[in-house]
Ligand binder design. Structure first.
Ligand SMILES: [Zn+2]
Ligand SMILES: [Zn+2]
Length: 315
């Protein structure tokens, strides 16, 4: 416990015991920039526009200080910090839906400072942090586990999980949008070994990446993806769609190409992870770039991911 001044009302501030044990302070080794932050940076967003908070919800680092009640982490541990904190005790956490934790907060917003800083604080740290695995050397790629890979992974999992395993091999699925998270979805979807994966985008390099992963690329600026998929599926549509854009035209396309009773999935680790990650390496910037230069390249669309090194540390 710690002693703290607690406000009770006018002229009534009391010294009380309060728990301070559940926080950990992280020394940041890498903090990445998310596309959602670019929406704010460019003024396209309406949420979290209040000035004054520290940016960043994708961060990895080294435990620098621990609260007295922390059981699972020690100073010096290398950790992955998911993009939101969760308690593992509330109604939603107990159902495994940690993203909707009643006690949760997202990093990099008005309610919780983010990871684009030399240090950042993690509340509910015992139930939020993950140790960086010692048996595999993920290096810089571990930053992908803070948001984009688990997000992509879940997008794929939800597309398949309600279909009996023996039917996966006969499934045709479509992935709408082939950005970094959607590519993580494609990489994950391949594990279910469906018959076909259609990949829809308009940027040739993204479609090429999807093709290299075994997808059938469809450029929606050149052809009508609905017509192409209807023709390729005997007018039935695909069994599942992974929608990775988040805009209504993409969702409309999803409804247009899904077969009756199909599943639209709008956006862990295993031994195959490293093999998957090698591909993702290609979408990371050269890490010897300065962050300013990297940001400019990001703005020009030359990079899909910018990784900051606030302390100049290699993990
Ligand atoms: Zn993100
Ligand atoms: Zn919770």
């Amino acid at each position: 416990m710690m002693k703290a001044l607690v406000f009770h009302g006018p002229y009534d501030v009391r010294l009380e015991e309060r728990p301070n044990q559940t926080d950990v302070l992280i020394k940041t080794t890498s903090a990445a920039l998310c596309g959602s932050e670019l929406h704010r940076y460019r003024g396209h967003s309406k949420i979290n526009m209040q000035p004054g908070y520290i940016c960043g919800h994708e961060g990895i680092g080294i435990v620098h200080e621990v609260g007295a009640g922390i059981k699972n982490f020690n100073v010096g541990d290398h950790v992955i910090v998911p993009f939101l904190v969760s308690c593992n005790e509330c109604f939603h956490c107990k159902r495994g839906v940690h993203g909707r934790c009643k006690n949760g907060r997202n990093f990099g917003g008005p309610s919780l400072d983010g990871s684009q800083a030399q240090y950042f604080r993690v509340p509910l740290a015992d139930t939020t942090l993950y140790h960086l695995p010692k048996d595999v050397d993920l290096g810089e790629l571990a930053i992908l586990m803070t948001d984009i890979f688990p997000t992509g992974f879940n997008g794929a999992k939800r597309a398949f999980i309600d279909t009996p395993r023996e039917d996966w091999k006969d499934m045709s699925i479509a992935v709408i949008g082939c950005g970094p998270v959607a590519l993580c979805s494609i990489i994950s979807a391949r594990e279910y070994k469906p018959a076909r994966i259609f990949a829809i985008d308009s940027i040739p390099s993204r479609l090429e990446a999807a093709k290299e992963l075994g997808c059938i690329p469809i450029n929606f600026k050149e052809v009508d993806p609905v017509a192409v998929i209807k023709k390729a599926t005997d007018n039935n549509g695909v069994h599942a769609v992974i929608e990775g854009v988040g805009l209504s035209p993409a969702l409309k396309t999803a409804y247009d190409i899904i077969c009756p009773g199909g599943k639209i999935s709008s956006f862990v680790r295993n031994k195959d992870l490293i093999e998957k990650m090698k591909f993702i390496d290609l979408v990371l910037p050269q890490l010897d770039q300065s962050s300013v230069d990297a940001l400019k390249r990001f703005e020009r669309g030359e990079l899909n991911k910018v990784v900051f090194k606030p302390n100049g540390l290699d993990i």
